[in-house]
Write a protein that binds this ligand. Structure first.
Ligand code: FES
Length: 516
């Protein structure tokens, strides 16, 4: 089996029974904020795109690159489709010209022509990716690989059941806007960023330890930021609170916990797995150490090269004819009317401060969840406040974007302030700005609200419910208790055991009793 690194979360898997291209991403994503790092635009995509199967793990734009899929990926390829609750991924791929789909069942092994076996595990909670994230397991000729990319299953049991995995590809770096966009003093931001960076690595070690593959491939990040406005997010400034460490940092940190089996691929690196998957040999387009030693020069050169395209894209965001308040009212109020769980979960008004083109005026709009309306800000206390360029919201309206997480929020082109804890419902709502998505999310919360989580486990002095109140991680694997605080390492949420209160997010009480 051959694995070719094609950048970020993308790879091409070649076997004697066929080839699979995964998540090819080349064009900038999220309002041109994210670019693949290292640059992969110079690869021979005509050849790489001539494949038997295409796997797009989910619709996040650093995994689903419509322009690239349309132009370079063979439409003869059969799409290996995760079992998602909505048909959006299939619909968007059909629009790009793909016609052959193999609909997998989540957690079921499927045998394709020539004995190639695949299994896709689909995660479908409203907080998984853009309502759906997935991992691909592949077996051929006794060699097994798991491309987990940035999916966060609560555990890897299902994959372990299928036999020893030889190569494990997974995310290790950040892919979020926290804490950089928050309006906080610099030292607080650094402290939160540091915590986040450590948590990301802890989660990665946990998954690696769970699977115990022969080889670990750190993938799915970090992106790079080439716009001058975002340049500071690249991990090149010695900021210990930067959440986007690269593969060379991964190697250093992994060595500290005893890891010796990492394989770093650059775009164009080729790994051959042989000897039943127990041996690997990798060739690189240039020495990996040398590449990372010259990271700053690589980014600067890339910034200059991509500048014209970036400027052209920025120029396309303005639509001054759009009445932002009127359009948001028209689109969002019917959804507020229908929303029970998400609206209740947000529980207060959310304010958007829109900065005009010249940066002078600000228009303040409130999405009033309890009042079920969108209206001008009325000098009130709000739960969240976002500040961004008016043109970005104009563009979201112009393209009828139904997922603001997969566009505005991941762009990091905003600042935020909030009262109280992180509230997942705010982001869940703004990724469900369509009837289909909102209905799905409401149904999901309805089911989970009613679900009784009866199983308990022991943690020293404490008896605690087995499944994390956040997204059901098995706390016997992911939970750590220090003093009276339980931390679930899947997303780092903390719970105060004596009161059961979640210290990280709103709601999500945990059931815990002290053993006598
Ligand atoms: S499942 Fe998310 S923190 Fe536990």
């Amino acid at each position: 089996m051959r694995i070719t690194g094609t950048g970020h979360a993308s790879m091409r898997i070649d076997t004697a029974a066929g080839s699979i291209l995964c998540d090819p991403w080349v064009n900038p994503a999220y309002f041109a904020s994210w670019f693949p790092f290292p640059d992969n635009s110079q690869l021979d995509w005509e050849t790489l795109g001539d494949v038997d199967y295409l796997y797009v793990s989910h619709l996040h734009r650093d995994h689903f690159d419509a322009e690239h899929l349309k132009r370079f990926i063979s439409k003869k390829a059969t799409v290996l489709l995760p079992e998602y609750p909505t048909s959006q991924l299939e619909d968007e791929l059909r629009d790009l010209g793909f016609t052959s789909f193999f609909r997998t069942k989540s957690d079921e092994v499927h045998e394709l022509d020539g004995g190639l076996k695949v299994m896709i595990q689909a995660l479908i909670s409203p907080t998984d990716g853009p309502i759906g994230d997935s991992s691909l397991w592949v077996e051929h000729d006794g060699i097994r690989v798991l491309n987990q990319n940035d999916a966060r299953p609560s555990d890897l049991t299902r994959f372990n059941e299928l036999g020893h995995v030889h190569a494990h590809m997974l995310q290790f770096s950040g892919a979020i806007w926290y804490p950089m966009v928050y309006e906080l003093p610099d030292n607080a931001k650094t402290a939160f960023g540091k915590q986040k960076r450590e948590r990301q690595f802890d989660r990665t070690w946990r998954y690696i330890d769970d699977l115990k593959a022969d080889f670990v491939f750190p993938i799915a990040g970090p992106p790079c930021f080439l716009d001058d406005d975002l340049w500071q997010f690249n991990d090149i400034h010695g900021d210990e609170g930067n959440i986007f460490p690269d593969q060379s940092v991964f190697l250093t940190e992994y060595a500290k916990v005893g890891g010796t089996n990492a394989v770093v691929q650059l775009p164009g690196s080729v790994t051959e797995l042989s000897d039943g998957g127990r041996t690997q040999s990798t060739t690189h387009p240039m020495p990996v150490d040398e590449f990372f030693a010259n990271k700053v020069a690589h980014l600067e050169e890339m910034r200059e090269r991509k500048r014209p395209a970036l400027e052209a894209e920025k120029a396309s965001w303005r639509h001054p004819e759009i009445d932002v308040l009127g359009e948001l009212k028209k689109r969002i109020e019917p959804l507020l009317e229908e929303s029970i769980y998400l609206a209740k979960g947000v529980g207060g008004p959310v304010r958007f401060d829109l900065v005009s083109y010249d940066g002078e005026e600000i228009e303040s709009i409130v999405v009033d969840f309890p009042g079920k309306q969108v209206r001008p800000y009325a000098d009130e206390k709000v739960r969240y406040r976002f500040k961004t360029q008016r043109e970005l919201i104009e563009h979201l309206i112009f393209i009828d974007e139904g997922d603001w997480v997969n566009s505005l929020f991941l762009s990091c082109r905003f600042s935020a302030a909030r009262i109280g804890q992180y509230n997942e419902f705010v982001y869940a709502f703004f990724k469900c700005l369509s009837e289909e998505r909102l209905q799905y999310a409401e149904g999901w919360y309805d089911e989970h609200e009613k679900a009784v989580d009866a199983e308990d486990i022991e943690f020293g002095d404490w008896t605690v419910q087995r499944r994390c109140p956040h997204l059901k991680a098995d706390l016997s694997r992911f939970g750590i208790v220090e003093g009276n605080v339980l931390t679930c390492q899947l997303h780092g949420w903390k719970f105060d055991l004596p009161s059961g209160r979640c210290l990280t997010g709103v709601g999500h009480k945990i059931r815990a009793t002290k053993n006598s």
